[in-house]
Design a protein around this ligand. Structure first.
Ligand code: PEP
Ligand code: MN
Length: 347
């Protein structure tokens, strides 16, 4: 069951609902989004009926939700959400391009990639400082030094930054630099990490686990929402199948399915799904055409030198093509490109 608070509800109104529910033996989780506050109730629904929640001060609506994910479900929030990341928007009316290197390697490489991202129409810069690598001998990222590079490049280009966080102990550190926290495919069911990013007050990009069903993915998002953070963007990045021609299999149908079940935005990663540069542009077209709210794309100024995922990174000559794809397809899909924030004036 979910209690939707009216826009004018006070903190006391919210607290009164939480107290009532707890006194009745239930649990209440408050989630504050940009436009509304909702309280998710866990416990005996019949017992809550006796509390007359609908008539309490500040309450707009009370709903029974039939799916196991309550706060992120479209049943209680039919309008699709808009998530703000710095000055960029991710939602149903915009097309948001997130682009940048797979890994932050050097200040020059990151700045060059950010400039390419901007030229491609990106409004958010991606780049990993903490890299989850299959091999413990592979490049693991620059850690905090990489976060500092991302912050410097944000100051230079104005682009807000999304970067991955691997463990609960690093959430505060990563959040102190980043505008959005990424949960990678390998951590989609790291529940302690989901709860930690749910408590830190920054938007979250939640990648689908490579072997997760859509329902498991949505339940992972619910863990974040249940800690009070509704600023979540879902990212389909390909799943494991029997096919070996591509790195993963892009589950394109996951986009409309997840959008129908959840009010959260859904974007696509055409780079990690195909794992090949020649597939990135076709999969980007497919993502936009199926109705994705954005794409997250690997680019690199020198892919041959890249320390991670050079095979799937777009190069300078691809940049104009991305801009052209989005210029042609966005109007057909009723979307405008998300605004790209400008750098703060110096002095
Ligand atoms: C990434 O985006 O850098 C990444 C590691 O992606 P995924 O978690 O989807 O493999
Ligand atoms: Mn990568």
């Amino acid at each position: 069951m979910v209690v939707v608070m009216a826009p004018e509800a006070t903190d006391e109104d919210v607290k009164a609902i939480v107290d009532l529910v707890q006194t009745a033996g239930g649990d209440a989780f408050v989630s504050r989004g940009v436009s509304r506050t909702i309280v998710g109730l866990v416990g005996d629904v019949e017992q809550f009926g006796a509390l007359n929640l609908r008539s309490r001060s500040g309450v707009l609506d009370v709903m029974r939700i039939s799916v196991p994910y309550k706060l992120i479900s479209r049943e209680h929030h039919p309008d699709r959400s808009v998530i703000r990341v710095g000055g960029a928007l991710i939602g149903p009316d915009t097309l948001t391009i997130i682009a940048g290197p797979c890994a932050v390697e050097t200040p020059d490489q990151t700045l060059a990639a950010a400039r390419m991202a901007r030229a491609a129409g990106a409004s958010i810069l991606r780049g990993g400082a903490f890299k989850p690598r299959t091999s413990p001998y592979a490049y693991q990222g620059l850690g905090e030094a990489g976060l500092r590079i991302l912050a410097d490049v944000r100051a230079e280009t104005g682009l807000p930054v999304v970067t991955e966080v691997l463990e609960p102990a690093s959430v505060d550190l990563v959040a102190s630099y980043a505008d959005m926290l990424q949960i990678g495919t390998r951590n989609m069911q790291n529940f302690a990490l989901l709860q930690a990013v749910g408590s830190v007050g920054k938007p979250v990009l939640l990648k689908r686990g490579m072997s997760a069903t859509i329902e498991e993915w949505l339940m992972a998002a619910e863990y974040i929402a249940q800690r009070g953070n509704l600023d979540i963007v879902l990212c389909e990045r390909g799943i494991r199948t029997f096919e070996t021609a591509t790195r993963n299999t892009l589950d394109i149908s996951a986009v409309p399915v997840a959008q129908r079940l959840s009010h959260l935005p859904v974007i696509v990663d055409p780079s990690h799904s195909g794992g090949r540069r020649d597939l990135v542009l076709p999969l980007t077209r497919a993502a936009i055409a199926v109705g994705a709210d954005g794409v997250i794309i690997d680019i690199h100024p020198e892919p041959k030198e890249a320390l991670v995922d050079g095979d799937q990174a777009l190069v300078e000559s691809d940049i104009r093509e991305i801009a052209s794809i989005t210029a042609h397809l966005s109007p057909l899909m009723g979307r405008t490109l998300s605004p790209a924030p400008q750098p703060a004036p110096v002095g």
